[in-house]
Design a protein around this ligand. Structure first.
Ligand SMILES: Nc1nc2c(ncn2[C@@H]2O[C@H](COP(=O)(O)OP(=O)(O)OP(=O)(O)O)[C@@H](O)[C@H]2O)c(=O)[nH]1
Ligand SMILES: [Mg+2]
Length: 468
């Protein structure tokens, strides 16, 4: 299936948005790709909440209908005071917006193409519109579509309300240079709770294109002091990253290693046989997979294969798992992907590895955050997506961290660094939780005392014992 992209020009999109308010458009259906049939339209657009149609004709018009109601094929007439028809002409004038005739229904919720009375789209399952001004909506044919009823394309977008800014942020973070320096220092001075381990090993797992490799590049850049792109990042249908990579990070050019190893994996895919394999993931958790292992589509790495690292220590294991999810796709995470996450979470819980959910691309998801990253905890949209992801993936809200990765910038930004470093600090705290659990489980008696760097991590009874 070809990549489905919007045919709206920037100017047309801005004009459409000016009619809709503070919203984001998500393309659900494009007839030139999915078919000019009512069935194709309903399979993608039913029960999607508020939607807007964009019909294109050879006269250069983009026109359509907005409704705040669902399409459900109920065969009922649907009233919707918020519904309107609109037209954006090629001449570049102000867009035309037509509200419904008082007392008339907005559309008939039939199993045909969308039927707004005055405009019936996909008429008779063809790239065509039937125009009947005066039925529910009134307009001049010449102004609506230039009397050209043949469609060159037909799209439907879900209209996602971005809400406003909260008066009070739902999480507090100081956006000062002092805070950034404090976080940098905290990360650089971090020492794993266990003496034999020198770096926390954090694994990035998530769907294709979520921003896993970009997160490593961003953290690497923040510590190096300039933009880096060591891990290949980009957009493709299947994962750009095909190897397991373990990255160490240097504090400045020629500087010492940061006590953190970020591990990058191939992306997850919906299909059970595609993308990162759960058995490979478990081998990674346990430290059996070496850096640069090339993931194979023919199956997981077996224990007797040459690349399998048999002898492992606590340093080789994964100490914290970070699920990386694109915030723009949070509302359309499919059931198959949620099931995949549930299976992964089950395995991760069994191994007692702490987990964090990283919401990337907050700058793309909410324009208010795109304008100013300091709005990240004030955007109602980001807050809504954080709750949604927390609920659908079963991760407590306090483990959900929104971030913006570097993607197009050439220079580092203080706010971007601060948010990224705050996420890393949290990852290190969680890795320590793993160490505490491991020792208590793995070791017995006095052996525990020698494993800790300090007695901060010991249960009270043992602390007393050591002091004596
Ligand atoms: N605007 C914006 N773009 C981002 C962000 N994070 C990643 N991107 C872009 O998203 C695309 C995919 O990012 P990658 O880091 O390659 O994603 P990945 O999860 O490693 O993908 P695979 O290796 O294919 O599984 C790239 O074009 C990045 O530039 C972000 O926070 N904001
Ligand atoms: Mg990648």
């Amino acid at each position: 299936m070809p990549v489905v992209t919007s045919s709206l020009s920037n100017d047309q999109q801005n004009k459409l948005l000016s009619l809709l308010g503070h919203v984001r458009l998500h393309l659900l259906y494009k007839a030139s790709i999915h078919g000019y049939t009512a069935a194709a339209f309903h399979s993608r657009c039913d029960i999607q909440g508020p939607t807007v149609i964009a019909a294109y004709n050879g006269a250069g018009f983009v026109f359509g209908a907005y409704t705040s109601k669902d399409y459900t094929q109920s065969k009922e007439e649907v009233s919707d005071k918020e519904a309107f028809l609109y037209s954006i002409s090629a001449e570049g004038n102000k867009p035309l917006k037509i509200s419904g005739i008082t007392g008339k229904c907005a559309f008939t919720d039939a199993d045909s193409g969308p039927d707004y009375g005055a405009l019936v789209f996909l008429h008779e399952d063809k790239p065509a519109v039937k125009s009947n001004p005066g039925t529910s909506f009134n307009f001049k044919d010449t102004e609506m579509h230039g009397d050209n009823l043949e469609l060159t394309d037909f799209e439907v977008y879900r209209v996602e309300d971005l809400g406003d800014l909260l008066a009070k942020p739902w999480r507090n973070i100081q956006w000062t240079d002092e805070k950034k320096q404090q976080l940098t220092k905290a990360v650089l001075n971090y020492q794993p709770a266990i003496k034999t381990v020198h770096q926390a090993r954090v694994l990035l797992v998530g769907p294709v294109g979520a921003g896993k490799s970009s997160f490593f590049n961003s953290i690497n850049s923040a510590f190096r002091g300039n933009m880096t792109s060591q891990a290949i990042a980009g957009t493709a249908e299947s994962s750009v990253t095909t190897q397991f990579r373990t990255y160490t990070i240097k504090a400045g050019k020629g500087g010492g290693a940061v006590p953190l190893i970020l591990c990058d994996t191939m992306g997850l895919e919906e299909n059970p046989d595609a993308g990162l394999d759960i058995e490979d993931l478990v081998s990674i958790y346990k430290g059996h997979i070496k850096d640069r292992y090339q993931f194979s589509s023919s199956g997981p790495l077996l224990a007797d294969a040459p690349g399998y690292k048999k002898s492992v220590t606590l340093s080789d294991k994964i100490h914290c798992v970070v699920y990386v999810v694109d915030t723009c796709k949070a509302s359309i995470l499919s059931q198959k992907m949620r099931d995949k996450f549930a299976a992964i979470r089950k395995k991760t819980n069994q191994l007692g590895i702490p987990q964090i959910l990283l919401m990337t691309k907050v700058d793309e998801a909410c324009p208010l955050v795109g304008e100013d990253l300091k709005n990240v905890y004030r955007s109602t949209y980001i807050q809504k997506m954080a709750h949604k992801l927390s609920d659908s993936l079963g991760i407590p809200l306090n483990c959900v961290l929104p971030v913006k990765n570097y993607s197009q910038e050439l220079e580092l930004e203080q706010d971007t660094d601060t948010l990224l470093l705050a996420a890393v600090e949290q990852m290190l705290n969680y890795a320590d939780n793993f160490f505490e659990n491991q020792v208590v489980e793995d070791q017995g008696g006095d052996d525990k005392l020698d494993l800790y760097r300090s007695n901060d991590h010991l249960p009270p009874a043992l602390t007393e014992q050591r002091v004596v």
